[in-house]
Ligand binder design. Structure first.
Ligand code: PLP
Length: 414
């Protein structure tokens, strides 16, 4: 065997260069094809997005902003980043400034905090145990270690955000910034009301649309633009792009946000991911994507209704978006449900329900989302079958769960 230290762009394919990793990728591909991917934060990107992410842009250092880089040779990186920015603004129909460099949704949020508050300052956000996110002030996350968080939740009776309670807390706490957005909340979030509450107490408003960005882009959920000072999102959930984040802000925060992202908390941007983001934003602007998001929501509604018919309790009694939260109190723990479903090639995640008596390692619920399987072309009729196989598996009423999952997958698109 000849060895060489010269690394060229010659076409040595992964299967020949590294059969171990190639094997693992092949296994993951099979797992995705032959199972029901119902994790609400996941999606399946197009081949075009993957091609961009696997492109030569992975080789390029481009610290700085387009046109003002710390490295040379950035002319195409500049263009692809500016294209991503323009497409992001067009997609959300906004003239807010946008920075597409955050490596993830968490980074986007940290960028905002770093830009506009100081260590020790107060944050008011949704409780993680009620559907919020780690990056909204959890003690396990930098946001909770550096800043001083207070939390609002949902009301006991209808399990929806109690806006009067948020308003009361805001007046009491006097936070520098209010965070609106969630990871496990199946209802519409009233960003306009949040905007009024923030204004009323002189707080900034960060709306984190990580989960619902695709719905917002297509009008399936009201937009936070015009109400918020900052809008952050991931690009890989309902938006169906590569893993990553981005942050929008009003003009007055532009400079601080840019310098918080770099050099504040990141080094070089991931230009290959940014190229993938540009591709995804163009895809999300198409009529097909609009139809897709409508179906995502319709499928979640069908799933929810069917599970209720089958005797399950759904948090808040239904859903307005792409996910449902199944309450398993009295039946099993969320961890047990996740495992039982996984054995049948159905992938969901255990999730705390509001006022959950169990810890996060067990939980009393599972979160089920429709974005990924809707990307494979499943419609409401197939989601009835999905709901039934979930119900039968959880109630111990079937021994053929895997076969039924395989049959659903066989009819789905690649
Ligand atoms: C998923 C999510 C994030 C973080 O995304 P990562 O890319 O995993 O860091 C932030 N906020 C909310 C509300 C989320 O759901």
């Amino acid at each position: 065997m000849t060895t060489t230290t010269t690394q060229t762009r010659a076409t040595l394919r992964l299967a020949d260069a590294d059969s171990e990793v190639a094997q693992l990728i092949a296994h993951e591909d099979q797992r995705q094809r032959h199972g029901l991917q119902l994790i609400a934060s996941e999606n399946l990107v197009s081949a075009a997005v993957r091609e961009a992410v696997g492109s030569v842009f992975t080789d390029k250092y481009a610290e700085g902003r387009p046109g003002k880089r710390y490295y040379s040779g950035c002319q195409w990186a500049d263009e692809v980043e500016q294209l991503a920015e323009r497409r992001a603004q067009a997609l959300f129909d906004t003239d807010y400034h946008v920075n597409v460099q955050p490596h993830s949704g968490t980074q986007a949020n940290l960028g905002v905090y770093l830009a506009c508050i100081k260590p020790g300052d107060k944050i008011l956000s949704m409780d993680l145990a009620m559907g919020g996110h780690l990056s909204h002030g959890s003690p396990y996350n930098a946001s909770g270690k550096l800043y001083s968080p207070s939390f609002y939740g949902v009301s006991r009776d209808d399990e929806r955000i109690d806006y009067d309670e948020v308003e009361r807390l805001a007046a009491e706490v006097r936070p520098k910034i209010i965070v609106a957005g969630a990871s496990a909340y199946p209802r519409v979030i009233d960003f306009e009301r949040f905007g009024a509450i923030a204004k009323g107490v002189g707080a900034l408003l960060l709306t984190d649309i990580a989960h619902i960005a695709g719905l917002v882009a297509t009008g399936e959920h009201p937009s936070p633009f015009g109400h918020a000072d900052f809008v952050t999102t991931t690009t890989h959930k309902t938006l169906r792009g590569p893993r990553g984040g981005m942050v929008f802000c009003t003009e007055e925060h532009r400079r601080k946000v840019n310098s918080a992202v770099f050099p504040g908390m990141q080094g070089g941007p991931l230009m290959h991911q940014i190229a993938g983001k540009a591709v995804a934003f163009a895809e999300a602007a198409t009529p097909e994507f609009r139809t897709y998001q409508k179906t995502v929501c319709k499928n979640a509604a069908v799933l929810s209704e069917r599970l209720i018919e089958r005797g399950f309790r759904i948090m808040s009694g239904g859903t307005d978006n792409h996910l449902v939260l199944l309450d398993l109190v009295g039946k099993m723990t969320g961890a047990e449900a996740e495992e039982t479903l996984r054995e049948n090639h159905i992938y969901v995640n255990k999730n705390l329900i509001p006022f959950d008596p169990l810890p996060a390692s067990k939980t009393s619920g599972v979160r089920i989302g429709t974005p990924a399987m809707t990307s494979r072309g499943l419609g409401p009729e197939q989601f009835l079958a999905v709901a039934d196989v979930i119900a039968d598996v959880l109630l111990g009423e079937t021994t053929t769960g895997r076969e039924r999952v395989e049959a659903i997958c066989a009819h789905a698109a690649d």
